[in-house]
Design a binder for this molecule. Sequence first.
Ligand code: 13P
Length: 249
Amino acid sequence: MRVPVIAGNWKMYKTAGEAAAFAKAFLPLVAGVREVEIVLAPPFPSIAAVADLVRRSGVFVASQNVHFADEGAYTGEVSPRMVKDAGASHCIIGHSERRQYFAETDDSANRKVRAALAAGLTPIFCLGETLAERKAGKTFDVVERQIRGGLKDIPGPDGPKVVVAYEPVWAIGTGVTATPEQAQEVHAFLRGLLKERFGSAAAAVRILYGGSVKPDNIATLMAKEDIDGALVGGASLAADSFARIVKFK
Ligand code: 13P
């Protein structure tokens, strides 16, 4: 059985104080939740504060990016080891906003996924097609290229440690959610590619959906066979709405 992952990507929102206030409000709301891997991804400066507050609660913390080197002359970057030391256990890699605005490629995302695994972090590797690509009938070609590139040279035993997030770019921040059928179709396709790559271990890989996930659409998405969780942007910024998503059952 795949334990569902519900991850909140706060993007560039919340100071450390605001992040701490969220954690204090959120923890009591999800105190009774079992068998959901809850992840909060604050901006770098709030990771330590959030990690301190959620310790022993069963809630995990992620960074929204990492560099692929352990350390070095890379001004403005943060390494997997630093993120882990600050209290994170997961890291988001290859988000479409990083691809769009910060020159992330399949290749750089792949180096980051490998570095994260080497540091003992759980990568949440993101992929997804743009609206133009979907309209041109290229969705499957695009996500195939992204997953092959992003997971290149990952040794077989590490396969199940990677979390994949399918985030169609046209659904991010638009209020237009992929239908459960559209998402399932891509997730099943990705699962097939993971089977080619990792064999039977592909059954253990969590594939999350992201793109305008809200409290009122999470349950129908989660009902699909290959949808194993959600990567939530806007609706993860308020404790009550994110808690409602976590408690989708
Ligand atoms: P929204 O939930 O705001 O559409 O954002 C999705 C996302 O990009 C999560 O990483």
